[in-house]
Design a protein around this ligand. Structure first.
Ligand code: PMP
Length: 285
């Protein structure tokens, strides 16, 4: 993705895509002092744009740094990036990090904070699994306790086990991996939250040690609008045996049906389809 035409917003200016570089001694590269957002624009408008910018600020705070741009400035910058790249529909990536500076050790209070916003076209995150139903592997790694790491930040360090889990999953022909948490409860996929359906009611893990996704919150709202009961609770992996339908939610994933997790099978049922289609309509309305 580095060698292409286009414009990237970096520290207040639109610059050429190929010129958006960082120094090799950037603190973030060594110690994961980096937070980011994944957003999608539909018909020229970023869905939940402000919430994403606010979450970026929150994540930075969790890592003890402050983004030197206000939410309003970030909002304007994102629109500038979409326009400069001629995009009405696309994925928007904002990333903020501790750069290179005085500090080369673990502490980084004297190093500058940078912010970059890029955007590009990105189709269905799980490819044709979006209609067929994704197959998920179960990761050997666990989502950590909130006493271990700031679990509600969208921070680079939390993705280390996502990458390795997804590599293992893809080597098995799966689309993604599902994490259990440190207590053994069902948690989330590597970049998406999870929902299950049983007897016309919906069950989804309580986000007490992972990201409470904006898409997750949107989908819960959609279900409640339809008078469908939603149970946000701790879910044991064995319960997956009795669940009939399953889907993933995320900005990139949107609403993606799941057909299989390990040895558990799910149908791509009517409610899954309704919520997937309803979400598509909502983001474009
Ligand atoms: N969990 C993880 C680990 C993620 O990376 C994402 C994507 N940001 C989500 C959940 C879903 O969050 P959202 O709906 O806000 O995109």
């Amino acid at each position: 993705y580095d060698d292409r035409d286009g414009k990237i917003w970096m520290d207040g200016k639109l610059i050429d895509w190929r010129a958006a570089n960082v120094h090799i001694l950037s603190h973030a590269l060594h110690y994961a002092s980096s937070v980011f957002e994944g957003e999608r624009a539909y018909n020229g408008r970023i869905f939940k744009s402000r919430e994403h910018s606010e979450r970026l600020h929150f994540s930075a705070g969790e890592l003890d740094f402050q983004i030197p741009w206000t939410v309003d400035e970030i909002e304007a910058a994102k629109q500038e990036v979409l326009t400069a790249n001629g995009l009405t529909d696309g994925y928007v990536r904002a990333v903020a990090w501790r750069g290179a500076g005085e500090d080369m050790g673990v502490a980084s209070a004297r190093n500058p904070v940078h912010l970059v916003i890029a955007a590009w076209e990105w189709g269905a995150y799980y490819g044709d699994a979006k209609t067929r139903g994704a197959r998920l592997d179960i990761s050997k790694w666990k989502r950590p306790s909130p006493e271990t790491i700031p679990v509600h930040a969208k921070a680079a360090g939390l993705y280390m086990i996502c990458t390795t889990s997804k590599h293992v999953a893809e080597a098995k022909g799966c689309s993604d991996a599902l994490f259990m948490d440190y207590r053994g409860y069902v948690a989330e996929a590597t970049g998406a939250n999870i929902f299950f359906v049983k007897d016309g009611e919906v069950h989804t893990p309580l986000p007490d040690c992972f990201l409470n996704g904006l898409t997750r919150q949107t989908v819960i709202g959609m279900l409640k609008d339809r008078q469908i009961k939603v149970h946000e609770r701790h879910i044991m992996p064995e319960e997956m045996e009795g669940f009939e339908q399953c889907w993933l939610t995320g900005t990139a994933a949107e609403v993606t049906p799941v057909g299989q997790i390990g040895d558990y099978n799910f149908e791509v049922g009517a409610l899954t389809r309704e919520i997937a289609e309803g979400y598509e309509k909502l983001v474009r309305s």
